[in-house]
Design a protein around this ligand. Structure first.
Ligand code: EPU
Length: 430
């Protein structure tokens, strides 16, 4: 298992090009199952979760190919036919987002058999709403041997209200409803930019979706969808992570290929704590993206944060923000409202010298405390990012074990950090 060795204390400086969003690319690849024609996706990040979804497409008998582009990959998927409707346990246990194939398989082929994802480090993460919603659309769902078996001759449009806002739940139902007969209305839908990006792709494939980005999404089902080409939106969580890297090291990073409007809550919180985030000229082909510079001109002050669904402060930035708050003057209260167990990084940060008390869904960080390098262990994707950030700010050597977690969602993060001055190395061990 690979590890990272970091020697902290170097202010980062330079330019980082932000990659495409993993959490937008995954549903986009699943959406390609809705048509027999070719779907071409650009700006797909080179991360392990994407490779896992390609393995799953392979299992289903669906052709996909991958090619390097200047930034990220181009992925082409052509789901002419299906060899098997089964998403096996071995793949679903590696990546819960595999459940995104459920809606498209059911809608296009009438049958899907997807392993139930098990427990997860950050919370129970049930998928009851995905199933309830598909049942509303007329699917018959049974469970056996740890698998969900969903069948429907043709799904029928219906109204569905989410009890809890769910990102992949909204995406699964939006995809399924695109090929249903009649109109579906999703209430209390997720507003995340990744949901909007998926709606944009589906509409380009011939779907009739309105209201994505609001809590009420209307989908008028169509008989068939066709191929298209689509560029994945920038990864707002990766951008947020690099902004924190700039601030926690008292450096200055220029981020290219971002979407500022997706980062409003994160930028507001960083500015509240003393960071300066300034816009630069547009970047990317056709100047489709923004540029931002993040730095810390003066002191860093504690600021409380509560995670919320978009447009609130993202749970996927909570661990990184906690690392930052260990270096801020004063006490900050961090409240996690989305997942019930997403503070595993706190204990590792404490091992590096942080003063953090966790009580249920609230953590109190008292700062600033000098961090000292230590051997620590990554427990999930964003927790690993938090430990990397702490390592960059710490005095001495930090060794982070189990970095396969970070490889799931950040493209060669150690190389990109090294390019802006970080002393970080990957240690590969068999
Ligand atoms: N929930 C239910 N029932 C459901 C679905 C969700 O109770 O059927 C609950 C969950 O347990 C959780 C809350 O609803 O408490 C929100 O979960 P959601 O379904 O929105 O999460 P998700 O779709 O499984 C996506 C991202 C996560 C991100 C969350 C929240 C993808 C592939 N994953 O997960 O990303 O944390 O939304 O924003 O889009 C990550 O990238 O590190 C990551 C974990």
């Amino acid at each position: 298992m690979d590890k990272f060795r970091i020697h902290g204390g170097v202010p980062l400086s330079g330019t980082v090009v932000i990659r495409g969003a993993k959490n937008a690319a995954l549903p986009a690849m699943a959406a390609a199952l809705l048509t027999g024609e070719r779907v071409v996706l650009h700006n797909v990040p080179r991360v392990r979760d994407i490779a896992t979804l390609r393995s799953l497409l392979d299992e289903l008998g669906v052709d996909s190919s991958i090619a390097h582009e200047e930034y990220g990959n181009r992925v082409e998927i052509e789901a002419r036919q299906l060899i098997s409707p089964v998403a096996p346990y071995e793949l679903v246990k590696q990546m819960r987002a595999s459940v995104l194939v459920l809606g498209p398989l059911l809608a296009r082929f009438g049958h899907a058999r997807v392993s139930l994802p098990g427990g997860c480090a950050i919370g129970a993460r049930p998928i009851n709403l995905h199933l309830k919603g598909l049942e509303r659309l007329g699917a018959t769902i049974t469970m056996d041997h740890g698998y969900i078996d969903a069948r429907a001759e043709r799904l029928r449009g219906a109204a569905f209200h989410f009890d809890t806002i769910s990102v992949t739940g909204t995406e699964n139902l939006m995809m399924a409803a695109s090929l249903a007969e009649g109109t579906t209305v999703l209430e209390n839908a997720a507003l995340e930019p990744e949901v909007q990006d998926l709606a944009c792709l589906l509409n380009a494939m011939g779907a009739r979706i309105q209201g994505a980005g609001t809590s009420r999404i209307t989908i008028e089902g169509v008989g068939r969808l066709h191929g298209t080409e689509h560029t994945i939106i920038p990864d707002r969580i990766e951008a947020g992570t690099f902004m924190v890297a700039a601030v926690i090291t008292r450096g200055c990073l220029r981020l290219e290929r971002v979407r500022t409007q997706h980062l409003t809550a994160v930028i507001a919180k960083l500015e509240e704590s003393g960071a300066k985030v300034s816009p630069g000229p547009p970047s990317g082909a056709g100047q489709a993206f923004d540029t931002l510079t993040a730095e810390l001109p003066g002191g860093l002050t504690a600021a409380d944060v509560t995670t919320r669904e978009y447009p609130g402060f993202p749970t996927d930035m909570q661990a990184q923000y906690m690392a930052l708050m260990t270096q801020a003057s004063g006490s900050s209260v961090i409240t996690e409202t989305i997942f019930e167990n997403r503070f595993l990084h706190a204990l590792e940060l404490v091992r590096m010298g942080a003063d953090i008390t966790v009580d249920g869904r609230r953590a109190v960080v008292r700062g600033p405390t000098p961090l000292s390098g230590a051997n620590v262990q990554a427990s999930d994707l964003r927790a690993s990012a938090s430990l990397v950030l702490a390592g960059l700010a710490a005095e001495g050597e930090t060794v982070i074990d189990r970095v396969y977690h970070i490889d799931r969602g950040y493209e060669r993060i150690e190389q990109r950090l090294a390019q802006v001055g970080a002393r970080i190395q990957r240690i590969s061990e068999d």
